[in-house]
Design a protein around this ligand. Structure first.
Ligand code: GTP
Length: 170
């Protein structure tokens, strides 16, 4: 039969990169042009069935504002998967994403499934971080890489599906 997996998943990344928007797109199929900034963290659950397993995600959507940085370990501790998000229109957000990856490599679960997400690809005209830069960094660090838009829903289900597949293999 098929496996049942319960997995803690954390989203990390600079403020305004679209963490909450990605989760709301996945969990509720909704998107807001004026999404409010998260305070502390928000919790969501979603069940995803794939061929190999049924995965129940316990999702911690953390706040990107720097003043909340010290809370992050509470949310990534014990996580099976981490989504590190940047905004393709902001080089600063890519640099911040790399800092999160370094912190997770130092202090996260050693078997952590990590995905680098380049969000807001609907804003291609304002792109500041090239696909090759994100892909190369992800490849060098053993991360999955995926380009998404929470606004258009591009690749959002695929993102969580890929994570579920990885977790089912483990
Ligand atoms: P913090 O809670 O402050 O850490 O921010 P966050 O990373 O959760 O970002 P949030 O989801 O609140 O989105 C910030 C802003 O970007 C909102 O105005 C969203 O509507 C917008 N946004 C999020 N994803 C996308 C996207 O894929 N494309 C576009 N064009 N805008 C997006």
């Amino acid at each position: 039969g098929s496996k049942n997996i319960q997995a803690k998943l954390v989203l990390l990344g600079d403020m305004g990169t679209g963490k909450t928007s990605l989760v709301l797109r996945f969990v509720k199929g909704q998107f807001y042009d004026f999404q409010e900034s998260t305070i502390g963290a928000a919790f969501f659950t979603q069940i995803l069935s794939i061929n190999e397993a049924t995965v129940k995600f316990d999702i911690w959507d953390t706040a990107g504002q720097e003043r909340y940085h010290s809370l992050a370990p509470m949310y990534y501790r014990g996580a099976a998967a981490a989504i590190v998000v940047y905004d393709i229109t902001s080089m600063d957000s890519f640099e911040r994403a790399r800092k999160w990856v370094e912190e997770l490599q130092r202090q996260g679960n050693p078997n952590l499934v990590m995905v680098l997400v380049a969000n807001k690809v609907d804003l291609e005209a304002n792109r500041r971080v090239e696909t090759e830069n994100g892909e190369l960094y992800a490849h060098e660090n053993g991360l999955l890489y995926i380009e998404t838009s929470a606004k258009t829903a591009q690749n959002v289900n695929e993102l969580f599906y890929e994570i579920a597949k990885r977790l089912a293999k483990a």
